[in-house]
Design a protein around this ligand. Structure first.
Ligand SMILES: NC(=O)c1ccc[n+]([C@@H]2O[C@H](COP(=O)([O-])OP(=O)(O)OC[C@H]3O[C@@H](n4cnc5c(N)ncnc54)[C@H](OP(=O)(O)O)[C@@H]3O)[C@@H](O)[C@H]2O)c1
Length: 323
C-alpha cells in the first residue's frame, strides 16, 4: 500500500480509500453486515486505513456496519470519514441540512453509530442554500474544539462556493475544509476547469467519488448492464459517461488494459492516481477480488503519452453530481 498525508493535514491515509456506500440495505447490490465485514477485513489486510461513509448511506446502517466491523481492530490505526447534510428523517426538517442544530444532532448520532468518540474527517455532503456558511463553519469549528471531529472536509459544490467557504474560515479564524470529495474519473473531468486548480492552490486534499464511473470505467461499454448495479443504479442514468467522447475513452481504456495485461479498472484508477491533485480515490466495490485488483493499480506506471491517449477523446459533459 502507498500512503500520503491528506491535503495540508499531517494525517496519513492509504492512497485507496474504501467507499462504504454499498454497505446496508435499500439497493439490490448492497452488502449485508457479514459480507461488508469480510470486505473491510480484506481492506485492512491490504493496508487500507481510510474508510468513507455518510450518515445517509442506508440511513445510518453503513456507519453502524463500519463501526461494528472495525471493533476488533486498533481504532487509532484507522481513519474514518463520514458526512452530514442529506435527509435522515422525512418527518423532521431539522434532520437534514447544515444548520448548527442539524450538525450537532447528526454528529452525535454518527458518533454513536460508529462507536467512536472522535470522527477523523467530518464532511459536509453538499452546499446548504438555507444556512449561512458562517453558521455551518462555526458549528464545525466548535465540534473540532470539543474533540468530536479532527478535520473537516466537504463534497461536491461549485468552485465559487468552495472559495467562499475557505475565505470565510480564514476571515473568521475558523477551521478550514481540509478536503474536497468530488466527482472525478477518466470519463468525467469537468472538475478540472475550476475546482481542482482551486484545491491545488489552497492545498486541499482531493478524494474523488465514483472514481470508476460507477463501474462504467471497468468494463466494455456494451457490457454496462452485465451487473446488478449496472442494471439498477438509478444515478447511473443521470451521468453522461458515454456521451461525447465517452465511448471512445472506454474503448481506449480497454485497449491499454489489453496491451498491459491488466484490468480496465486498474487502468482507470491508475489514470486518477497519476493526477497530482488526487490524494486517494474512494473505490466502491462489493467484491474482495475487485478490491485486490484496485489496490494493484497503485503499481501501474502510465506514461505521459498513455495518459494523453486516454484523455484525447474527452468532450465537455453536463455537470453531474451537484446542482
Ligand atoms: N460525496 C458524494 O456525493 C458521493 C457520491 C457517490 C459516492 N460517494 C463515495 O464514493 C464511493 C464510491 O462510489 P461508487 O461506488 O459510485 O464508485 P466506483 O468505485 O466508481 O464504482 C463502483 C462500481 O465499480 C465496480 N468496480 C469497483 N472496482 C472494480 C474492479 N476492480 N473491477 C471491476 N469493477 C469494479 C463495482 O462493482 P463490484 O461491486 O462488482 O466490484 C461497482 O459497480 C462510495 O462508496 C461513497 O463512499 C460519495
Amino acid at each position: 500500500m502507498e500512503y500520503t498525508t491528506l491535503g495540508s493535514t499531517g494525517m496519513t491515509v492509504s492512497r485507496i480509500c474504501l467507499g462504504c456506500m454499498s454497505f446496508g440495505t435499500g439497493r439490490e447490490w448492497m452488502l449485508d453486515p457479514d459480507e461488508s465485514a469480510d470486505l473491510i477485513d480484506r481492506a485492512i489486510d491490504l493496508g487500507i486505513n481510510f474508510f468513507d461513509t455518510a450518515n445517509v448511506y442506508s440511513t445510518g446502517e453503513s456507519e453502524e456496519i463500519l463501526g461494528d466491523a472495525l471493533d476488533g481492530y486498533d481504532r487509532d490505526a484507522q481513519v474514518i470519514a463520514t458526512k452530514v447534510f442529506a435527509e435522515m428523517d422525512s418527518d423532521n426538517p431539522n434532520a437534514s441540512g447544515l444548520s448548527r442544530k442539524a450538525i450537532e444532532q447528526e454528529l452525535a448520532a454518527s458518533l454513536d453509530r460508529l462507536g467512536v468518540d472522535t470522527i477523523d474527517l467530518y464532511q459536509t455532503h453538499r452546499w446548504d442554500d438555507d444556512t449561512p456558511i458562517e453558521e455551518t463553519l462555526r458549528a464545525l469549528d466548535d465540534a473540532v474544539r470539543r474533540g468530536q471531529v479532527r478535520y473537516i472536509g466537504t463534497s461536491s459544490m461549485w468552485a465559487h462556493q468552495f472559495a467562499e467557504a475557505l475565505h470565510t474560515s480564514d476571515e473568521l479564524g475558523l477551521e478550514r475544509f481540509a478536503t474536497m470529495q468530488n466527482h472525478y474519473n477518466v470519463l468525467y473531468r469537468e472538475e478540472e476547469r475550476e475546482m481542482l486548480p482551486l484545491c491545488e492552490k489552497e492545498d486541499v486534499g482531493v478524494v474523488p467519488w465514483s472514481p470508476l464511473a460507477r463501474g462504467v470505467a471497468t468494463r466494455p461499454h456494451e457490457e454496462i448492464d452485465a451487473t446488478t448495479r449496472g442494471q439498477t443504479d438509478q444515478y447511473l442514468a443521470q451521468m453522461s459517461y458515454l456521451q461525447g467522447g465517452g465511448e471512445a475513452i472506454n474503448e481506449r481504456v480497454q485497449e491499454l488494459a489489453d496491451e498491459k495485461g491488466v484490468s480496465m479498472a486498474q487502468i482507470s484508477l491508475a489514470w486518477l492516481l497519476h493526477k497530482e491533485w488526487v490524494d486517494a480515490p474512494i473505490v466502491g466495490t462489493t467484491s474482495v477480488d475487485h478490491l485486490e485488483d484496485a489496490v494493484e493499480a497503485l503499481e501501474i506506471d502510465l506514461s505521459r503519452s498513455d495518459q494523453e491517449y486516454l484523455e484525447e477523446p474527452y468532450e465537455p459533459l453536463p455537470v453531474a453530481g451537484h446542482e
